[in-house]
Ligand binder design. Structure first.
Ligand code: ADP
Length: 489
């Protein structure tokens, strides 16, 4: 099958969250199974051509956009570690050659134009490189407009005649709300096709996510529980109606993790490798992490449990609950806490402030730091994820693979990946709580910390966690099955 992946983020080139991990890992897995894949993303200013050996393939590719034509340059390189997966970068100095991917907080003012251009350019790229896709796989609101573009503008062209569109929702909270006049014009859609109740419209504006949902042949989201939640609960963020309308084509596919990148047996960023039988070596990583944060020698002990988090600092991730309970645990000396996060300034300053007050117990990294994100997974005893909502979540899966016991709120993909440990049957991989409140989190944390290094539970729970298979292979094959259904349509 020929699969064209179009995404605003693809790891390792441009990453903000789990979308990038999936857009990078799925193509690798598909290629191993014999499919032919091409990935398209913008050539952002921060992407270093020398690091990845990126070369120019075509200059001045015409991209009809609105009532005029714009031009893009195409660059390419093989996906690192997967020479059979070509990655194509759309260069437009006007749109992408600036710091950042989306722009801080509110986003860049011209994000509508930037991402609609990306969607339009993806089709022209296929023409330029003579790639005949069976499937265009678009991710999240940024590239959702590929779905209506395929059905409205390109379906009569021989190149796209047999092509089907599959749209994957990684997060309903970001929908891409654009000015309808601009959006319809940029896409080359007749402006009279935008009206109240049309497939592009929600609450009077152009809604990319809704358009993606309505025009795609199949719609997927990143976990089975989230697929239900978004239809029936406020997690649908106002688009429950659209999702109900497409319920026969809406499928939850649990994300997976790439063992080439996330395995404690081979991880390049951790001081010592380990597996289930040598899991006690995690303590070596823990001491290395404490040293990295300049914890004084007198406090360097692996005996105090370490609770870790690597996260965007937003309400979605349950940060307000952490703010409420963390200090009490630290003050009482129940655990150490390490966090790597970036996002809302008020949260960053809270954690930085706490780290100043408890320098050897609260360790905080801000900014984006891939090596540290790996070390935290290997070094921590527990991984905290008290999300308010969580479409899938990858970091709890990394934690499971690294034998780091997750403490999670039961929502979305967290509900699908972490089972409650039962000290009678010795089954279960972590600790769960249901209510979105500080008391529920506090209780789960006490329950979890009580088991720290206690025989036989500590071995049982960590071994259950490491035994769980969350590999990308299963997930990638499920997508191919869905692509097959889309092609039957
Ligand atoms: P989301 O996509 O909602 O942010 P996920 O758990 O699905 O959450 O994916 C987050 C991804 O981003 C993981 O790969 C995680 O390791 C990574 N990540 C998040 N924050 C940072 C950071 N500050 N530095 C490095 N990696 C980070």
């Amino acid at each position: 099958m020929n699969i064209l992946v179009v995404a605003a983020e693809v790891a390792p080139f441009a990453k903000v969250g789990g979308l990038a991990d999936m857009a990078g890992a799925l193509p690798r897995a598909w290629t191993k199974d014999g499919h032919s894949v091409a990935i398209v993303l913008p050539k952002y200013g921060h992407i270093d051509v020398d690091t990845y050996g990126i070369t120019k393939v075509a200059d001045g590719i015409a991209v009809p956009f609105g009532h005029w034509t714009e031009y893009a340059t195409i660059w390419t390189c093989p996906m690192p570690g997967a020479p059979d997966v070509p990655v194509y970068f759309i260069e437009s100095t006007e749109y992408y050659d600036r710091p950042g991917i989306y722009g801080y907080h509110e986003g860049f003012e011209d994000n509508d134009r930037r991402f609609l251009f990306l969607s339009c350019a993806a089709f022209e790229l296929c023409r330029a490189i003579k790639f005949v896709p069976d499937i265009i796989h678009a991710h999240d609101y940024h590239t959702a407009p590929c779905m209506p573009l395929l059905k409205v503008r390109f379906r009569h062209e021989p190149l796209f005649q047999h092509c089907r569109g599959v749209f994957t929702i990684h997060n309903m909270a970001y929908q891409g709300l654009y000015d309808p006049a601009r959006a319809m014009e940029f896409c080359g859609f007749p402006v009279e096709d935008f009206y109240h109740g049309s497939w592009y419209e929600q609450d009077g504006v152009f809604n990319c996510l809704k358009a993606g949902i309505m025009f795609a042949d199949k719609v997927t989201t990143v976990s089975p529980t989230y697929a239900q939640e978004i239809r029936w609960t406020p997690e649908g963020m106002g688009l429950q109606g659209a999702l109900q309308a497409r319920s026969g084509d809406l499928i939850g596919v649990l994300n997976g993790i790439d063992p080439d990148e996330w395995s404690p047996r081979t991880d390049l960023h951790i001081p010592v490798h380990y597996d289930r039988t040598t899991i006690d070596r995690k303590d070596i990583s823990k001491l290395a992490l404490l040293r990295q944060f300049n914890v004084p020698e007198s406090d360097l002990t692996a005996d105090l449990p370490l609770v870790g988090m690597v996260t965007r600092l937003t309400d979605q991730k349950g940060i307000p609950l952490v703010l409420e309970v963390l200090e009490e645990f630290i003050e009482a000396g129940h655990c150490r806490f390490v966090m790597l996060g970036s996002g809302e300034r008020r949260y960053e300053s809270f954690f930085v402030g706490l780290a100043q007050r408890f320098p050897s117990r609260v360790l905080v990294g801000t900014g984006y730091n891939t090596p540290l994100s790996h070390l935290i997974q290997a070094a921590s005893d527990y991984y905290l994820m008290p999300s308010r909502f969580e479409p899938c979540g990858l970091t709890q899966m990394f934690a499971l693979a690294y034998g780091t016991v997750p403490i999670v709120r039961v929502t979305g993909g967290l509900a699908d990946t972490v089972t409650q440990y039962d000290p009678i049957t010795f089954l279960g991989t972590g600790f769960r709580f249901v209510g979105y409140n500080a008391d529920a989190l506090r209780t789960a944390m006490y329950d979890a910390l009580r088991l720290y290094k206690r025989t036989p539970h500590w071995d049982a729970i960590r071994s259950n966690a490491m035994n769980q298979d969350n590999s990308i292979t299963t997930c990638a094959r499920r997508y191919v099955e869905i692509f097959g259904w889309a092609c039957e349509k």
